[in-house]
Each structure stands twice: as C-alpha cells, then as structure tokens.
Design a binder for this molecule. Structure first.
Ligand code: SF4
Length: 623
C-alpha cells in the first residue's frame, strides 16, 4: 500500500474538532495518519473512526451515537467538484451505516477555520448550537431557535451572528422531532439520506455556524496540481453534461429517464404516463427558474433557484426540485402539477426532510388508498386520489410535526405497512429505506447497487443507470467498466457494478461530486500532485474496495446478514407496457456472481479472510 501521507498531511489541516455535548467539553484531536493512508478522508475516515466507537447495541438516537462531519483532502483546494462534505453516523432509519453527502459552502469554510471535521458525541440537556470562528469554538443556548424551520433559523442566526459571513448548518422541525428520515441543511443544500437530521435532533443540537480564515491546504507539487486542474477544467467545459446541468440542473434527466424506463410511475407500477412533459426540467426552467447556484468553486452550478408565487404559497429564491424530488412528488403519484412539486420541495427543505424517503412513504399511502386497502378515515380524512397535490402537501407537514397519520409516516414505509398489514413485497424499501427513483427493470445492475449499498438503497454508490449507457458520454473504460446492454444479467454487469462501487467509494472519501465524471486518470493526477506520491488507477480501485468492504464490516457488526438482501416484488414485477416491458433483473443470478467476485462467503456474507488480508482489514473486529 502506498503511504500517501507522512508527517505532512497534504490537503488536510490535521485537526478534528471534538465536542461532547453531555459534558459541554470542546477539544481537538489530531487526524490519524494511518486512517488517512488507508481510507483517505470523508466517509472512509469517518467509518474507520466510528467502527470502534459504535456497537450493535448503540441506539442511534442516544447520547452514545456519534455524528461525524468530515471533509476530504481536496476541500478548499482549487480542484473542481471537491467542495462537498459528508455527515456520517449510525443511521436511526436502517440501523446500519449512515452517510449523507452535501454540497454548498459549509465544508470549505470549516477547513478555512482549520478543521478537517467535527466529531459530536453526547447529548445536551437543552437545545444548543455550536459556533466556530477559527479555533475559537463556543456553545450557545438555542432554545429560541428550537421549533423553527430552516429558513427562519438561518434568518435569525444571520441577524444575530457576530461573525456575519458564517456558514450555517442546521436542522428543521423534522430533525427536532426525530423523524427517521430527517435531513441536515447547510446553506440551502441538504445532507439528505439515512436520517442524519434525527441524530442531530436527538443530541438537541440545532445548528452549527462556522467562519474561518486561518488555514490553506498545502500542495506538494503546486505546478503539477495547477496543470491537472487546467486539464480538468478543459474537460468540464467541453462535457455535454456540464452544458445540460448548467441549463436545467438534474431536472434535465426527467424526460430522458422516462424515455428509457428509468423513471418510476404510479408507485413503480406503470411504464407510460402521458403527463410527463408537465414535470420536465424544460418546464421548470421556463416557468420557475430565476438563476443557477453553485457549490464552492464549482463552474457547473447545477442548483436551480426558483420563485413560487401563488395565492396559497410564496417563496422567493428558494432551491428548485431536483430529479429525484420531481420523480417522487410527481410521476410516483401521477401528479403533473409542477408548482406543487416545487412547493413540496420547499416545505421539505424548510422542515428538514429527505425528499426521496418523504415522497416514497407518501406514494405508498397513495397506492394503498387507490387500491382501496385504506380509506380516508384511516388517514385523517384526507383524500388521496392519484395526483391530489394538496393532500400530498398536507402529508409532508404532518410528517414533520409527527401529527395524526404523520406519526406513522415519520417512521417510514415499513411502519405504514405494519400498521395496515401490507405484505413486504408491496413496499418499495430495501434495508428499511425507500428506494431512489432509478428503476432496476431498466438497468438490472441497480438491483446490486441498491441491495449492497452500505447506506441502504442508494443510487450514487454505483450509478450504472448512467455510466453503463452506450449513449452516455461518461467513459470509465480506464476502470475496466464497459458499456453494456442495460438489461443484462451477465458477469460483465456484475463486474461493472463492483468496479463502480469501488470507484464511488473513493469519491465518498476524496469527496468529489459525482454529477460530472472526468476520466479516472485525472483524479489520479490530482492525488499525485497533492501528495507527491505515485498513485495509479489500480490504487484507486483497491483503495475504494477497502473502503467499500470496511463499510460492509461496519454493517455486519451492526447485525447485517444475507437475510437483508431482499428485493420486494413491487420493484421486480415486470411492467406490461413501456420501454422495459416484461423485463426484470435476475437477482439470484447476479447475486451469485457478485459474491464470487467480491470474495464474500455466500453463507454469512462476510468477506473471506484472504480478501480481508489483502485489503488490510483483517484486524477489524466486526463480530
Ligand atoms: S455539479 Fe452541482 S452539486 Fe456538484 S459541485 Fe457543482 S454545483 Fe455542486
């Protein structure tokens, strides 16, 4: 294994801020070179750190759980796509590895203040907030902020803050109320999945503000680094994805995903819907978008800022809905009212709810209502005829407040299933979490992506629906990933998914944005220039494999077994019409190849000793 980081931790500041909220104790910890060399930064580092601190018995909403906010080695450098940060913990939703990735400006500001990350343990007895200005860190009472949505919290803090340019990370009412899928918001962007907002709420931590000007990352070979960045920028400028994302954001993919059968319709049951053009990215741009928004230093700017102005709801310059949100609050419930989708997005952003899980659980309720399994009297007298957008908006607010039927919805789709005696095969969850909106009947490899993603079903851990398409410009042939027929159940599909999972695991540790995909050799060049060490594509893949397997071991420690590897029939039942007509992944076959190539024991799902030794994970105590 290459020792990338010696006495000088290139890119990193070397300092982690530690806050014990029970003891109200603030301290600093040096970053561990050994962890960095094996797992880089971001989610890899956080997982290695939390591995020994969190047990199977640890209640995710207790003082014993730890919330880890972490940057990568490239944060605050000039490398494009490197401004995101991760928030990791044990998830209250899945009981497994929790990880949510967020863009914006908070991560770079934290590094400017001299910290690579923040480790938050314990629980405050009353609402509290953390304020960071370089190495001056203070805790303040946050009773006044408690109960407020994210917009009000930010406005209030901006007015009160002594350090006016501070970046704000906070939760809304959903996090305070410990909704299982509450998110964390940072300057308008969301760390969405796995309920990290509930963990923060359970600690009574309302907000963190940070401002800094004391640190700049060190680069070993500045000239080489500059040249690598130039080459990367040239790539980004000429990439078609940049043009499309600049023009429409991720909503650009709505029509394309519909055309190939990637977009779910009517709770995963339809292949065609004649209202799809009403919720397109083109329509969003025409009717709502006022400007684009970029994360720190990003030349793409995929964020959409929109205005909503109708009789009942007004919002100026709020974040517009992304692809997943449009699918969830749109096609999933046959809602072609784009304005209501934008409002749903704004309410979720303000209350602090993950839009994928929120829309997933609401769509399940619509499905049950329209199949006459539940009736209005079961659900606070709401009417959920397909496309009823006002009931949809009502339900979001009920979830955030845990009010009426919202109390059950806040626990997630499986809790709804339990309440109304619904067979598990009719509920679109894997590992208790709602599946994102890329249909495995289109790209069959997504069955593996969802089942084996360490944080529960997640499309970003191996986005085969995009990368493997022959008509998509992403070229990962350098990783050995081949363009392939999307409905293939072949060994090549499985190898593709494994390589992509390994590569994306590196993305979550180096923390690059996966919306744009330069050739992997460009990433190697950046690492080489940053650290001064030779680092090639095989190193990229083997390091990613180590991080992926580490998260697997974390989950096994939390109780994951092959019994977790279940795909509900609703996601597999072939559709009668549409682009994926009569298609379905052959999961058992894919799984068999997957275990073989991963070198995991097919009986207990544990990586073999030979594999663990090779990955230098054989010392991890996961039993
Ligand atoms: S492409 Fe979008 S999400 Fe990614 S870094 Fe740029 S602005 Fe942020």
């Amino acid at each position: 294994m290459i020792q990338l980081f010696g006495d000088t931790l290139f890119g990193f500041s070397g300092k982690l801020l530690k806050i014990d909220l029970s003891l109200q104790k603030i301290s600093e910890e040096f970053i561990k070179n050994d962890f960095i060399n094996h797992f880089f930064g971001g989610a890899g580092y956080a997982c290695r750190y939390l591995f020994e601190k969190i047990e199977r018995e640890t209640d995710p909403l207790s003082a014993e759980n730890i919330l880890f906010i972490m940057n990568g080695p490239f944060t605050l450098t000039d490398a494009p796509l490197s401004s995101r940060f991760v928030i990791c913990s044990k998830s209250p939703y899945t009981g497994l590895w929790g990880e949510a990735n967020c863009g914006g400006t908070f991560g770079p500001e934290l590094k400017k203040a001299g910290f690579d990350g923040i480790i938050i343990s314990g629980r405050s007895e009353h609402p509290i907030m953390i304020s960071i200005k370089n190495d001056s860190v203070k805790l303040f009472d946050a009773k006044e902020l408690w109960g407020n949505g994210i917009k009000k919290t930010r406005t209030h803090l901006k007015a009160q803050l002594e350090w006016k340019d501070s970046k704000i990370l906070c939760i809304g009412q959903a996090g305070e109320n410990k909704v299982n899928f509450a998110n964390i918001n940072a300057e308008g962007r969301s760390a969405g999945r796995t309920g990290m907002g509930a963990v923060m709420g359970a600690k009574n931590l309302k907000a963190i503000t940070v401002q800094g000007n004391s640190f700049k990352p060190t680069i070993t070979q500045p000239k080489k680094f500059k040249d690598s960045i130039k080459r990367l920028i040239t790539f980004l400028i000429s990439a078609n994805s940049t043009k499309v994302l600049r023009e429409y954001g991720t909503s650009a993919t709505v029509l394309g995903a519909y055309a190939v059968g990637d977009l779910p319709i009517k709770y995963w049951s339809l292949g065609r819907w004649n209202k799809i053009h009403d919720i397109s990215g083109e329509k969003l741009k025409k009717d709502f978008v006022i400007r684009s928004k970029s994360c720190y230093g990003c030349l793409i700017g995929c964020g959409r800022m929109i205005n909503i102005d109708n009789e009942d709801y007004q919002a100026q310059e709020c974040e517009g809905p992304e692809y997943e949100t449009i699918a969830g609050f749109g096609s999933m419930i046959l809602n072609n009212n784009l304005e209501s989708i934008a409002i749903a997005n704004d309410i979720c952003n303000d209350c602090g709810l993950d839009t994928i899980s929120t829309s997933g659980v609401i769509a399940l309720l619509f499905d049950l209502y329209n199949r006459n399994i539940i009736e209005s009297s079961d659900i606070d007298n709401l009417k959920l005829n397909w496309g009823n957008s006002s009931s949809m908006l009502n339900l979001i607010k009920k979830i955030a407040k845990k009010e009426g039927i919202g109390k059950v919805l806040a626990e997630g789709s499986n809790a709804v299933g339990k309440k109304f005696n619904i067979p598990k095969d009719e509920i679109a969850t894997i590992n208790n979490m709602e599946v994102p909106y890329h249909d495995m009947r289109f790209c069959h490899g997504m069955a593996l992506t969802y089942v084996y993603s360490p944080r529960g079903p997640c499309h970003t851990t191996a986005d085969g629906f995009k990368v493997f398409r022959k008509d998509n410009e992403v070229d990962f042939s350098g990783l050995g990933i081949r363009k392939i027929k999307m409905n293939s159940n072949s060994k090549t599909m499985v190898k593709n998914i494994i390589r992509l999972q390994n590569y994306r695991s590196m993305y979550s540790s180096l923390i690059f944005c996966f919306f744009s995909n330069p050739p992997p050799s460009y990433i190697c060049d950046l690492i080489q220039a940053l650290t001064g060490e030779v680092f090639e594509i095989p190193d990229l893949l083997s390091s990613g494999e180590r991080i992926f397997n580490l998260k697997r071991l974390f989950n096994i420690k939390m109780g994951l077994t092959p019994q977790n590897e279940r795909i509900p029939k609703i996601l597999l039942n072939p559709l009668e019409k549409g682009p994926t007509k009569l298609m379905s992944p052959k999961f058992e076959k894919l799984r068999e190849y997957y275990y073989r190539y991963r070198k995991w024991n097919p009986i207990d799902g544990i990586p073999t000793q030979t594999k663990l030794k090779k990955l230098k994970l054989n010392q991890m105590n996961f039993k």
